[in-house]
Design a binder for this molecule. Structure first.
Ligand SMILES: Nc1ncnc2c1ncn2[C@@H]1O[C@H](COP(=O)(O)OP(=O)(O)OP(=O)(O)O)[C@@H](O)[C@H]1O
Ligand SMILES: [Mg+2]
Length: 368
């Protein structure tokens, strides 16, 4: 181990040193050392993090869920009256991956509470100092919002790669923030998502999020990961050590095979930002007009007549009909929900589209 790494570990250990009000030897360091005494350095770094937004994007068996359990147990016991939530996909999954195999054994091993302090049906632990930890699923969003109404010190979404992106985004940006306030910690944890897109994946690019990337090979409590990979490859002869799924799930490397996904989606290549665009209001329509990309020579317009209480929309797409590529959204004109555009409002949008992109629009110039 080089000196710099040793100094960093020393600093981390000082930061997370013991406290006399805690059970003998109950420190984050000792939690990360587990039974075999080997220090899981990246897990300790996560458990001791003071960031308010934390991303764990790791391989399988890296020690994520253990780290979450250790962090929650330590903080709950160290500071009375805490309120924390652990969110899996469903309540049953939370029971299966955290409550039974990790949480209750961890509390028992350190004598943090009595078995009666665990409410089995509600899956809530109330420690003698009043701190509470709840275990639930994101499938029960309404319940989460009402149950967690009180101030939350911390919320963690595990298996984030399997959470629908809109659910995760709603949790992270709308549902949890009022309870988390200015000081609550939000962690998104999981393995690499199948497609490199979506709210969870995109946290990698956001500075406010502290990132933790580690793998089963960094987990000193997971015996012989190399053998585990070898066995997996033997059972799956179509895969090699370089296969993206092996690289992601076993080695924790962000490797993607575009042909493997249903949409062959590659965010960098497929996300298009127009050279320039212009916004304007035309009657009840909020319009965004992009400059047509070079090479695109066809335009198609879709009209969504919508329901009364929904919004009305007109959307244009363009593409290069010779090379049959570059299918891009070119413009959109949308109303607020509940608007009631007149025939002449629709025609104004058609006229503006024709002025900008030309072509014959007779076939769709009669409004719905
Ligand atoms: N601090 C620790 N002390 C003892 N054992 C640990 C510790 N951290 C991890 N482990 C062991 O390592 C293994 C993987 O840990 P964990 O379940 O936390 O990984 P994970 O990253 O959540 O994996 P998965 O992606 O499969 O859910 C488990 O068998 C667990 O017992
Ligand atoms: Mg886990």
């Amino acid at each position: 181990m080089d000196d710099e790494l040793a100094a960093k570990i020393e600093e981390l250990l000082d930061l997370t040193a013991g406290d006399s009000t805690l059970p003998e030897g109950f420190t984050l360091e000792n939690i990360a050392r587990g039974l075999n005494g080997a220090l899981h350095v990246p897990q300790l770094r996560y458990m001791g993090s003071a960031f308010l937004r934390i991303l764990l994007m790791c391989s399988r068996r890296a020690g994520k869920t253990w780290g979450i359990g250790g962090r929650y147990a330590y903080r709950s016991v160290a500071t009375p009256g805490g309120n924390r939530a652990y969110i899996a996909l469903t309540k049953d999954q939370a029971r299966e991956i955290m409550w039974e195999p990790i949480w209750k054994p961890l509390c028992a091993a350190w004598g943090l509470c009595s078995p009666n302090d665990h409410n089995e049906t509600r899956m809530v632990t109330t420690f003698p100092n009043g701190s509470r930890v709840r275990f639930t699923g994101s499938d029960d969003l309404r319940h989460i919002a009402t149950e967690l109404g009180a101030a939350l010190d911390e919320a963690t979404v595990d298996e984030s790669q399997d959470q629908p992106s809109d659910v995760l985004k709603a949790l992270a940006t709308k549902i949890l923030p009022p309870a988390l306030g200015n000081r609550g910690v939000l962690t998104l944890s999981g393995v690499y998502p199948e497609v490199h897109a979506g709210y969870y994946w995109n946290r990698r690019e956001v500075d406010a999020w502290e990132k933790h990337y580690f793998s089963m090979f960094d987990n000193p409590h997971y015996p012989e990961p190399q053998t585990v990979v070898a066995n997996f490859l033997r059972e799956n002869p179509n895969l090699t050590i370089d296969s993206p799924i092996v690289q992601r799930d076993y080695y924790g490397n962000p490797v993607y095979d575009e042909s493997a996904t249903a949409y062959r989606y590659h965010s960098a290549r497929m996300t298009y930002t127009p050279e320039s665009s212009e916004r304007m209001q035309l009657g009840p329509f909020r319009c965004t007009w992009a400059r047509q990309p070079a090479g695109c020579d066809r335009v198609i317009v879709g009209i969504d007549q919508a329901q009364r209480r929904d919004r009305f929309a007109m959307v244009g797409h363009t593409w290069d009909h010779v090379r049959k590529d570059k299918l891009y959204q070119l413009f959109e004109a949308v109303t607020e929900p509940g608007a009631d555009p007149t025939e002449s409002d629709w025609l104004e949008v058609c006229k503006e589209a024709r002025r900008r992109y030309g072509g014959s629009m007779e076939s769709w110039s009669s409004p719905p």
